[in-house]
Design a protein around this ligand. Structure first.
Ligand code: PGA
Length: 266
């Protein structure tokens, strides 16, 4: 691993266009490099992170950078973007387990705080009713005043678990998930059971952050990325609402960007 590609901070404003199309081989190193810049600018960064196949290679680069370059998240607060309902504590498909395995638990210096949805009752039983509402409210409070939010995009245009039908004012909440999303937990993320639903930071919280990065890789995301960036702003594709954010940067690899009309000028 060659390590993250560190952009020159002085060149930041010109280098970080709204749409960064990168060769697939450079993508993870470049995104990690920008994240390290943000951490250097603000060691107490409050950052919301997603799980999934898209960000995993970025996290591997960050872990390597901690060794090679002293890049540290020790002062950062990491707020988890979403969580499944109906998966037992420790299930490998759980978002908290995955972010722990991919990043937080791999860092020698750790993070200052890792805020996750408290979905388990004292006996490991799933929460419901008022206790679930309290867990949602607690994570929503953790997500106030975020400096930076990283999100991926689902094949159906979701952001976190803001599924189609979500609006820019959708709050942090418990949600029903589409069958494709639920099936993905088992088929793609190795969950031991099919989840029953999810909890997500709302689009309202995501859009209120200081900066938003949309991470997109792979040819299989090309059509939905085109819809998100070049289609109408619509609840049918919640990621399209990210365009409302004044500091949105889309980090796409070339295969994901291949259907865009004008790569580099979204
Ligand atoms: P992926 O998931 O990164 O595993 O493709 C993205 C998403 O569903 O939000």
């Amino acid at each position: 691993m060659a390590g993250p590609t560190r952009p020159a901070v002085a060149a930041e404003e010109s280098a970080i266009a709204r749409l960064e199309v990168l060769p697939a081989s450079e993508w993870a190193r470049t995104v990690a490099g920008w994240l390290i810049v943000r951490l250097e600018q603000r060691p107490d960064l409050r950052v919301c992170l997603p799980t999934g196949d898209t960000p995993s290679p970025v996290y591997a680069e960050l872990v390597a950078a901690e060794w090679m370059e002293n890049a540290s998240l020790a002062g950062a607060t990491v707020v988890l973007l979403d969580e499944w309902l109906g998966l037992a504590p420790g299930d490998p498909g759980r978002s908290d387990v995955r972010l722990e395995d991919d990043l937080v638990g791999q860092l020698q210096g750790g993070v200052r705080r890792f805020a996750r949805f408290a979905v388990d009752g004292p006996d490991g039983a799933p929460l419901a009713g008022a206790a679930l509402a309290a867990a949602v409210a607690a994570q929503d409070a953790e997500a106030e005043h975020l400096d930076l939010v990283l999100v991926g995009i689902g094949g159906n245009g979701h952001v976190g678990f803001n599924e189609p039908g979500s609006t820019p004012s959708s709050p942090t909440r418990a949600v029903e998930l589409e069958p494709t999303t639920l099936e993905g937990a088992v088929a793609r993320y190795g969950a031991a059971a099919r989840p029953t639903g999810g909890l997500t930071l709302g689009l309202d919280r995501i859009l209120a952050a200081g900066e938003v990065w949309l991470l997109v890789t792979g040819e299989h995301k090309a059509a939905i990325l085109r819809e998100a960036l070049e289609g109408p702003e619509t609840s049918a594709c919640p990621a399209s609402f990210l365009r409302r954010h004044p500091r949105l940067t889309v980090f796409a690899d070339a295969p994901a960007a291949r259907l865009l009309a004008a790569p580099g000028q979204a």
